[in-house]
Design a protein around this ligand. Sequence first.
Ligand code: AP5
Length: 230
Amino acid sequence: MNRPCLILFGPPGSGKGTQAKFLRDTLQIAHISTGDMLRERVSAGDELGREVAGIMKSGGLVPDETVYHLVVDRIERPDCANGFLLDGFPRTVKQARLLSELLDVQGISPLVIFLKVDYNVIIARLSGRRLCPTCGAVYNLSSSAPEEAKVCDLDGTRLVSRDDDRPGVVLDRLKAYERETAPVLDFFRSVNYPIFEVDGTSRPPVEIAREIRILIEKKYGSVPVSVSKA
Ligand code: AP5
């Protein structure tokens, strides 16, 4: 089997993180989320974190080189040996070009899943997103609310909202997506990456994950199923 590389592509709030967690938990491949990596650095308060905090809070994009170096280092870690799933990267044509050079060198052929979601649905979803700051579990007040209001089902921590989920910032993130990220699809076409559009608007996450799983199996053959979390 070729080493799988799944690129989960789509606007903010389209469900990339939700799908990545489903797939990571059933397939033995690593989950690489540039948003999560950057938020960890912001929480740690190190130099990189201090540099990017303001950009992220305002819904802008972090410089290409900064994100690319994080991804390169992450792909070299042993848990990526069986394949990996990119969530939130690449997000500009320059990042996509750098990634394609890296994948060419490593002989990796990626699969692009484009999660299509109506922007009005996205705006509603992001206003209802809540996170557990302890374990990272993601909830939604309308589609997947915690059993007890405002508290994580798994560890009882009080849930929080993301700084960039404020309505004005969500609009800026969608504009950044249109301006910088949507053109990446044309780049993928120009290098003949297979792109599968998946309807992420009106179906539960588990159903979407099932469809993506079938697409992965078609491209890479039967993928190993993990009984424990990756
Ligand atoms: P990042 O963390 O990558 O954010 P994003 O791409 O804007 O995506 P989100 O995490 O908001 O949404 P998602 O698609 O993962 O949706 P989710 O599954 O959570 O990036 C944050 C920032 O970091 C960027 O703005 C930028 O500043 C910086 N950054 C990151 N990567 C970068 C890069 N490569 N280059 C430059 N800068 C970068 O779902 C959303 C909600 O919907 C949840 O509440 C969920 O429960 C719910 N939901 C999900 N699926 C469904 C469904 N099917 N039905 C109903 N509800 C659903």
